[in-house]
Design a protein around this ligand. Structure first.
Ligand code: ADP
Ligand code: MG
Ligand code: MG
Ligand code: MG
Length: 416
């Protein structure tokens, strides 16, 4: 792949550089009339909204360094390739949930896709107090379908092995997760940061053997259990929604890993949004009601996930692991049900463990979340983050002893 011609886009050069692409002319109209805005708010890439007389598209381009840190942190452009490959698979496994892909230019690390509008990043909706009534159901279905259909329960040997090898190449981003999520927050690390007032909490974490042990165990699950193709960065900044539609974007961290990782990261971010609520609206009924909406979303997400996963297990269990020959074919439907329950229990425990680690790292590590970061009252922010951190610690350490989604949601209510 010849990258010598790679050049970052900017709003001024984009129409000239992409204006010969038939796919864009069809959708936008003549390039002389394109309006371009850079809207990237993530940690890594350039994102442009391009509007023409006929419509609009989004153009995402990887930079050869991490935007959040700057050029001192070089980063492979290959992540755009993996994002494209992952979005193709995720969009096939749960049709309609990924943005429609328009073209991919590997040399320029450019991915053009459907402009999601009037969709809003879920985090922003949470700060504005907007209810998204179908989000839990949509995300539960998405998780069940993508995690099941990307796994050995569904895939045949040759395709599965080839895919595992392909995504093993997304090594830089895997390394980022290994370090920034599972290690840095639990040790002295130069990229760690926390809100003023949390120094004692950060020090306590570095001294907390049970939590460090849990972080190490979850890291081992993440690295060694390659059971399905994960989104890999499924926080609520990777979800865009309207009242009746939910989409999943930003799959550049895709890799093979444990099902509970995507589930746990997502519910952790919903739970953190509950903890952050006092920073965004006055207390009382409105705040309570919005927390109820977020917790109901988590509950629906998990229940729909479990129900859809079970349905796929019964109807699409045709991959390497199969298992019908062991159970159903011998009249042992109870055995099949027990195997399913066992698997879901493992996903649940993993999800709780990963959720706990995700909460710790969003408060003590490099990358924080907007729901906390935008709280201007630093003392309030520290107080809310401290509560969330204690909850995250509890999840990670006690993940085997939290029996249900209701129990987990009740823990949030007693701790927020
Ligand atoms: P990064 O990998 O840098 O985090 P994202 O893919 O998350 O980049 O995109 C950054 C932001 O750009 C999103 O938070 C969202 O606001 C906007 N965005 C990205 N893709 C789309 C899209 N298809 N439609 C509309 N907005 C988008
Ligand atoms: Mg992003
Ligand atoms: Mg902070
Ligand atoms: Mg990203």
């Amino acid at each position: 792949l010849d990258r010598t011609a790679y050049l970052p886009l900017d709003s001024a050069s984009l129409p000239a550089r992409l204006g010969t692409r038939a796919e864009l002319l069809d959708r936008l109209g003549p390039p002389a009339l394109w309006q371009v805005r850079e809207v990237g708010d993530g940690n890594l890439n350039l994102v442009f909204i391009v509007e023409g007389p006929k419509g609009s598209v989004v153009v995402k381009q990887a930079l050869p360094y991490a935007r959040v840190v700057g050029e001192s942190w070089p980063m492979s452009l290959d992540r755009a390739f993996f994002e494209h490959e992952a979005l193709k698979r995720l969009g096939t496994r749960d049709p309609g949930r990924a943005p429609q892909l328009i073209f991919f230019d590997p040399a320029q690390a450019i991915l053009a896709m459907e402009h999601l509008t009037p969709h809003k990043v879920a985090r922003r909706a949470f700060m504005e107090g907007e209810e998204l009534p179908l989000m839990g159901e949509h995300l539960g279905l998405y998780l069940a379908r993508t995690l099941f259909r990307g796994s050995d329960w569904s895939m045949p040997t040759a395709a599965r092995k080839a895919d595992l090898a392909l995504f093993a190449g997304n090594v830089e981003l895997a390394g980022i997760t290994e370090e920034l999520v599972f290690s840095d927050p639990f040790k002295p690390a130069p990229l760690n940061r926390w809100t003023c007032g949390l120094e004692d909490a950060a020090a306590a974490v570095r001294d907390d053997r049970a939590l460090k042990f849990a972080a190490q165990e979850m890291k081992a699950r993440f690295c060694t259990c390659t059971e399905t193709l994960l989104h890999g960065d499924l926080h609520t900044g990777s979800v865009m929604a309207t009242a009746d539609d939910t989409r999943v974007i930003d799959a550049e961290f895709a890799l093979y890993g444990p099902m509970g990782f995507d589930v746990g990261v997502l519910v952790a971010n919903l739970w953190m949004a509950v903890f952050a609520q006092p920073g965004h609206r006055a207390g009382g009924r409105a705040q309570r009601a919005y927390g109820d909406f977020l917790l109901a979303t988590v509950e629906t997400l998990w229940r729909v996930f479990a129900a859809e996963f079970s349905r796929l297990w019964r109807t699409e269990r045709t991959g390497i692991l199969g298992g019908r020959d062991l159970f159903e074919a011998q009249g042992d439907t109870l055995g099949a049900a027990a195997a399913l329950a066992h698997h879901l229990e493992q996903v649940w425990q993993d999800a709780l463990g990963f959720a706990g680690i995700e909460i710790c790292r969003r408060i003590l590590g490099l990358a924080h979340i907007a729901e906390f970061e935008t709280i201007a009252d630093v003392a309030l922010r520290a107080r809310l983050e401290r509560r969330a951190l204690a909850f995250g610690r509890h999840l990670a350490v006690n993940r085997r002893d939290i029996p249900s989604i209701d129990a987990a949601n009740r823990l949030v209510r007693t701790r927020e």
